[in-house]
Design a protein around this ligand. Structure first.
Ligand SMILES: [Ca+2]
Ligand SMILES: [Ca+2]
Ligand SMILES: [Ca+2]
Ligand SMILES: [Ca+2]
Length: 130
């Protein structure tokens, strides 16, 4: 369950711009969901999930070497998850390492195994990560 946290931090980062005090009745998880559901069918497919992850990866990879090192991820580098996800232990997260982790997050959040994340599944994963 802990493994979903980095994804949600990533999604929350993307959603941040949409979160205005005037819309305080909309919860953070709703904003995350709406932002990720680019085709508006009220479920998040694997492709939508990967687009969000890829966009965030590209934004974070400031030197464009297709790898996130500790100075690029900032405080997240201190999260034990960063070293867990760094499977080849080279001190950086490659795009492949990141996608592998995201697909694992997707699978664990998709509790009914239909290949889509419903709002309820996202809420459960989000609450589990708190
Ligand atoms: Ca969708
Ligand atoms: Ca980089
Ligand atoms: Ca690595
Ligand atoms: Ca599902």
């Amino acid at each position: 369950v802990k493994k979903i946290l980095l994804s949600l931090v990533v999604l929350a980062g993307l959603a941040h711009a949409a979160a205005t005090p005037a819309k305080a009745e909309i919860t953070e998880v709703e904003i995350i969901f709406i932002n990720a559901d680019t085709n508006g069918d009220l479920v998040i497919g694997k492709a939508e999930f990967i687009i969000v992850a890829t966009t965030q990866f590209d934004l974070t990879d400031s030197d464009r070497n297709n790898s996130l090192d500790k100075k690029e991820v900032g405080a997240l580098a201190d999260d034990p998850e960063f070293s867990d996800n760094d499977s080849d232990k080279d001190g950086a997260l490659s795009f492949e390492e990141m996608i592998q982790e995201k697909l694992a997050d997707f699978a664990s959040a998709d509790t009914n195994g239909d290949g889509l994340l419903s709002f309820e599944e996202v809420v459960k994963a989000y609450e589990g990560a708190q």
